[in-house]
Design a protein around this ligand. Structure first.
Ligand SMILES: *Cc1c(COP(=O)(O)O)cnc(C)c1O
Length: 389
């Protein structure tokens, strides 16, 4: 099998699994108690907090809140900050290409009476800093722009956005879930007040995420109960998951440069190979401002899901856009925002490369793609457009 869907999820690193194991069996104490066994769990959670803070260049562990997913981190940041600052203003800004974990929060906030501006992006999927400047009003309290897009891998100019928001006292949140495995995250350089990550996207376990909140940024809680995580998200801490998240993030940053070079080389090999061998293919997103391991295409006269099935028959895992939107009809909101016509967006393919992939696997993938696309084009009636070979 050749796994090329790292944007959907990754295998847990063996070192992260090893680090987690004792907290399932011997060290199972509830971190909230005062006896020795519990103290060990509490220490492990606090060490993980410090390690995550260090990995993203936060000033202290107290700025890290552990959550049950990237989705929950996004919800806590967006719902929490918007509601906590509702007295200051009720206008919020985001983009049209956010993950649904972000977009659906803003839709809920609209139902609560907030006003939301959804910014357009250019053909490469990049939001312009000027459109943000124009959208800001005296009522604006929060801007949320993803660091890297999960479908097309485009990277957004967060530091330049921060230059606009910070002097105006507007909070800036970024969903960095896709970026964490492929960029060295630095909350100071990005200038953000809140940043979400999710362990299973960077070779950690599923079901655990983290939210960075700059000192002084106090969202309202979205989950109520026993007051864990400083009351921000009640519920007994997922101690093994938290330990695994911290270990995985530390590992990701080891030899980070080298890993990014490897991913970039394979991505370029794939894009060059596909463009050379297969007709009617467009690379979506930006050729330069993109995640090292993410390649995304639209392919003429092809249904993305049929192609994914053909690739699966050849032992290759890839996806037709985002994992969580592939079952939705109506197509990708991200490709629509790029201005691509809808017959084309049906032929959506995302290939997301991981550290363990090899040049040989990429060569096999290019060949399998060429074969599958030829087969599909030969059997499908050309409903949407004429073949132009
Ligand atoms: C996967 C993903 C999420 C959701 O993270 P989960 O931990 O799966 O809930 C949020 N945002 C982006 C950009 C993602 O890729």
């Amino acid at each position: 099998m050749i796994y090329l869907d790292h944007a959907a999820t990754t295998a847990c690193a063996p070192e992260a699994v090893q680090a987690m194991l004792p907290y399932f069996t011997e060290l199972y104490g509830n971190p909230s108690n005062i006896y020795g066994l519990s103290l060990q769990s509490r220490k492990a959670v606090n060490k993980a907090r410090a390690d995550v803070a260090k990995a993203i260049n936060a000033t202290q562990g107290a700025e890290i809140t552990f959550t049950a997913s990237g989705t929950e981190a996004d919800n806590l940041a967006i719902m929490g900050i918007a509601r906590a600052r509702a007295e200051v203003g009720r206008h919020l800004i985001t983009t049209r290409i956010e993950h649904h974990a972000v977009l659906n929060c803003f839709q809920e906030l609209e139902r609560e009476g907030f006003k939301v501006t959804y910014l357009p992006v250019n053909k490469e999927g990049i939001v312009s800093v000027e459109t943000i400047a124009q959208a800001i009003t005296k009522e604006t309290t929060l801007v949320s722009v993803m660091l890297a897009n999960n479908e097309i891998g485009t990277i957004q100019p967060l530091a330049a956005i921060s230059d606009l928001t910070r002097p105006r006292g507007i909070y800036l949140h970024t969903d960095a879930v896709q970026a964490a495995s492929a960029m060295q995250l630095d909350v100071q350089a990005l200038g953000v007040d809140a940043l979400s990550i999710s362990a299973h996207k960077f070779y950690g376990p599923k079901g655990v995420g983290a939210l960075y909140l700059r000192q002084g940024c106090h969202p309202s809680p979205v989950i109520f109960g026993g007051g864990q995580e400083k009351g921000l998200r009640s519920g007994t801490e997922n101690v093994p998951g938290i330990v695994g998240l911290a270990m995985a993030l530390t590992l990701v940053n080891e030899n980070g440069e080298e890993k990014r070079r490897h991913l970039t080389a394979l991505r370029e090999q794939l894009i060059e190979g596909v463009l050379a061998k297969i007709s009617g293919v467009i690379v979506t997103g930006s050729r330069t401002e993109r995640l090292p391991g993410t390649a995304s295409f639209v392919i003429k006269d092809i249904e993305g899901e049929s192609l994914v099935i053909q690739l699966d028959r050849r032992g290759i895992c890839a996806s037709a856009g985002a994992a969580c939107t592939s079952s939705q009809s109506g197509g990708s909101h991200v490709l629509k925002a790029l201005g691509l016509p809808s017959p084309l967006t049906r032929g959506n393919l995302r290939i997301s490369i991981g550290y363990e992939n090899t040049p040989d696997e990429i060569t096999q993938t290019i060949n399998a793609l060429a074969e599958s696309i030829e087969l599909l084009r030969s059997i499908a009636p050309r409903r949407h457009s004429k073949r132009r070979n």
